[in-house]
Design a protein around this ligand. Sequence first.
Ligand SMILES: CC(=O)SCCNC(=O)CCNC(=O)[C@H](O)C(C)(C)COP(=O)(O)OP(=O)(O)OC[C@H]1O[C@@H](n2cnc3c(N)ncnc32)[C@H](O)[C@@H]1OP(=O)(O)O
Ligand SMILES: CC(C)C(=O)C(=O)O
Ligand SMILES: [Mg+2]
Length: 554
Amino acid sequence: MLKNPSSKYQPFPLVSIPNRQWPSRHLTHAPIWCSVDLRDGNQALAVPMNVSQKLDMFDALVQCGFKEIEVGFPSASNTEFQFNRRLIEEKRIPEDVTIQCLVQAREDLIEKTVESLIGAKQVVIHMYNSTSPAQRKYVFGKSKEEIIAVAVKGAQMIKDRLHRLTAGGTKVTLQYSPESFSATEVEFAKEISEAVMDVWQPTPENKMILNLPDTVEVAMPNVYADQIEWICTNIKNRESLIISLHTHNDRGTGTAATELGLLAGADRVEGTLFGNGERTGNLDIVQVAMNLYMHGISPGLDFSDMNGLIRMYERTTGMTVPPRQPYAGELVFTAFSGSHQDAIKKGLAGYEQHKSIWDVPYLTIDPEDIGREYREVIRVNSQSGKGGVAYLLESEFGIELPKDMQREFGPLANDIVDKLGREVTAAELKDMFWKEYIERETPYSLHHFHADGVDGVFTCRCSLVINGQERGIAGKGNGPIAAFAQALIQDAGAPAFEVATYREQSLSSGTEASALAFIQIKTANGKTIWGAGVDTNIELASIKAVLSAVNRAA
Ligand SMILES: CC(=O)SCCNC(=O)CCNC(=O)[C@H](O)C(C)(C)COP(=O)(O)OP(=O)(O)OC[C@H]1O[C@@H](n2cnc3c(N)ncnc32)[C@H](O)[C@@H]1OP(=O)(O)O
Ligand SMILES: CC(C)C(=O)C(=O)O
Ligand SMILES: [Mg+2]
């Protein structure tokens, strides 16, 4: 039993923000994106990436279209330092891509960071120190003034070393994070950020990035949005700042916090692919980008090969993408349940007709847009209905069951699948269909069939194997099917029936083209039963379909 939490935990204080604007805004364009996979994602791994894994991921991030990539914490280890050197010396950074490096406000670490960046074309130096009451009290044991002094000193140490980079032609953008911003009093976050701004002197032409991290997600996303709007409204010299968001997912609302933070006035978003990162992870940048995409806003990031990206991610980080991860998970476009399958099947058919605004029920985006296949959309288990079964037979094998036959075969298949107690493949469904309809050979099996027509009257002569014994039968009718039906009833002792529905289609598998015929018969007591037959000859396919129905009726 959970204890009463009220004496151990407390509600998060709200930000006083009269006339807040963000709730009535909507997103109209993509933010500046910065991937922090190679730093925040990497520092959260049990086994951090080696240089070649980092290079692999760096290339993939560039491929996705990231123009700002936090490549590491170069003062943390030789691997991190060497990674920067490889990127720079092997000229692996495209002209339009800026690499970013994180560093604490400590001289030796700043020194090493600057050294790691020499020769790069454009860089962001990202300095942080933590500002929340708990960090001030426990981690640093410092007053607010002393914490500001740490930031100011660090900012100055960076400024003093800039010439070492700029002298070689490197363009440097400076970034400051009051770490644990979302747990910090907004007034203090403003004060310390402005103190850093006083050192770095950003201008509208030469902006600095002020990153406001939700280092640990401590409140609801609306509170984070209020904090962002408060800073955007109250900080001095706003036009000289790029306001950046960096959310984590401790309460499971990192995406919401980021989206509301953008409404609140932020310009930039830091996050990682699939949300890898400390604890519950960083913001999943794929989610925010694809959420924009599904509203018709181009995200400026290319996730059209989602499966390739997942393979790269799993190869480099050793992490896996959960099956329900928005947009990327294996099951996110899949419906097992009958009513969803029915709606998706009809919606896809409707969309094929109008090809305008995507409106397929249960699918937020067209899976094809991110390189996913329609074959993964509908999968069949015991929760599935006739629509799903029919969809798989049609999409995988081109078998177009008549609607009324779907009503008959659906429950039969469902029964078998339920007994199996697992998901079945399209091939297994086809097998069930074949066993139920095509391969029925008792009590009657066709040995030979011949029909002739004169003046609209057809005569058929054929031989059947009935309960193991061959017998010749003959009949007349206004077509081969009618003639065969009469022969079956008169000469073979089949109960009386009439043909109620007939449909045929061509079926090609491999190089062989064949015909598939569906026949519905109606027995004397009014029962309707379906049969199906397949043959390279369409007439024979229909005769076999009659026999299939009669056999099933027996
Ligand atoms: C929210 C975030 O993700 S922040 C980024 C966190 N990422 C990482 O830590 C990964 C890389 N880190 C490392 O490799 C190491 O921690 C290093 C190289 C940065 C530092 O290593 P060390 O100095 O050996 O150890 P450690 O990290 O424990 O240092 C803590 C000290 O730094 C101080 N410190 C922590 N953060 C900062 C900061 N941003 N600015 C200045 N000082 C800081 C602490 O107060 C503490 O001081 P103390 O020794 O006087 O108590
Ligand atoms: C270093 C900062 C930006 C960080 O990763 C965080 O606060 O989560
Ligand atoms: Mg972080």
